[in-house]
Write a new protein. Structure first.
Length: 93
């Protein structure tokens, strides 16, 4: 009977080690799932930020184009006003 108990104790050690390893593995899987969820949330947040920045960039491109057009228009008006002033000076002579 002593031999049977000793054999049973020896047989349980590998099972106990396996159980401990499985517990560690389950803990690691849980931790990895949590990290993956956080990474997914961060990725979604960053994707939204990128889309917002793209929208702002597109708006700024439109504004830059509008400013360029206004500068051209201002230069045209400046030229016309200068021409009109020259014509007025010619009339006063």
């Amino acid at each position: 009977m002593a031999t049977k108990t000793a054999t049973r104790g020896v047989e349980l050690e590998p099972i106990d080690r396996l159980e401990e390893k499985l517990k560690l593995l389950v803990g690691m899987v849980d931790r990895l799932k949590s990290e993956q969820a956080r990474a997914t949330e961060e990725n979604q947040r960053l994707s939204r930020d990128v889309e917002n920045l793209r929208a702002r960039l597109a708006a700024n491109d439109g504004l830059a184009s509008e400013v360029s057009g206004l500068k051209e228009e201002r230069e045209l008006i400046r030229t016309r006003v200068t021409d009109m002033l020259e014509q007025l000076e010619a009339l006063n002579l």
